[in-house]
Design a protein around this ligand. Structure first.
Ligand code: PEP
Length: 250
């Protein structure tokens, strides 16, 4: 994949108890996987478990928050600021997940502001984009993901700390995984868009990962696509098969 390091993120969403979290982390800590030079592994527990997971997790895996506030912290009840994540040594944050775009009405503009602010504070960002089934059936997939990426590109000048997660909404939590050809097509289109609208360098270097019903069985064929640089995994990241997905890197 053109020297882009494979990236596997595990999005635990709003799941888990202390006991369950301990069990998942133990499984990951005992897993036989390639080194950090081959695959970058990041798991994203809910906020309350972040320090606990960070403390317990093997040192070659890292943690991500699932969201953060759009600007500097202050009088924003219920929010968690980028500065707090930095203060806790949390290196990554997932932003713009489709569940937040859909259930909490986060717009592309708002997501882009969050991405820019998180980067400005030194966080690394997994920025999520993706079309709905309706948009795909209307033939607007390329336009939708370009628009979502454009909002981010308008506010971000340095893409070194950005991973772009292409997550078709119709594939998230549905068991309907995109075919390798469908994923490859959108990833290649995104790279073309970045080439034309950002730079050749960013188009070649930014990692574009796929998310949506990835599991141990389908990950290998998806990973073989030239423009698929890894995965963002929901449901399967809570199960031992997450280890198989990490091993799809090789
Ligand atoms: C996700 O939430 O980012 C996701 C891809 O979920 P799932 O793997 O469960 O479809």
């Amino acid at each position: 994949n053109m020297g882009r390091k494979f990236f596997v993120g595990g999005n635990w969403k709003c799941n888990g108890t202390t006991e369950e979290v301990k069990k998942i982390v133990t499984t990951l800590n005992e897993a036989n996987v390639p080194g950090e030079d081959v695959v970058e592994v990041v798991v994203s527990p809910p906020f309350p478990f972040l320090p606990f997971v960070k403390g317990l997790l093997r040192s070659d895996f890292h943690v991500a928050a699932q969201n953060c506030w759009v600007r500097k912290g202050g009088a924003y009840t219920g929010e968690v600021s980028a500065e707090m994540l930095v203060n806790l040594g949390i290196p990554w944050v997932i932003l713009g997940h489709s569940e937040r775009r859909q259930l909490l009405q986060e717009t592309s503009e708002f997501v882009a502001d969050k991405v820019a602010y998180a980067l400005s504070q030194g966080l690394k960002v997994i920025a999520c984009i993706g079309e709905t089934l309706e948009q795909r059936e209307a033939g607007t997939t390329a336009a939708v993901v370009a628009e979502q990426t454009k909002a981010i590109a308008a506010k971000v000048s340095n893409w070194d700390n950005v991973v772009l997660a292409y997550e078709p909404v119709w594939a998230i939590g549905t068991g309907k995984v995109a075919t390798p050809a469908q994923a490859q097509e959108v990833h290649a289109d995104l790279r073309k868009w970045l080439h034309a609208n950002v730079s050749a360098e960013v188009a070649a270097s930014v990692r574009i990962i796929y998310g949506g019903s990835v599991n141990g069985a389908n990950s290998k064929e998806l990973a073989a696509q030239v423009d698929v640089d890894g995965f963002l995994v929901g449901g399967a990241s809570l199960k031992p098969e997450f280890v198989d997905i990490i091993n799809a890197a090789t």
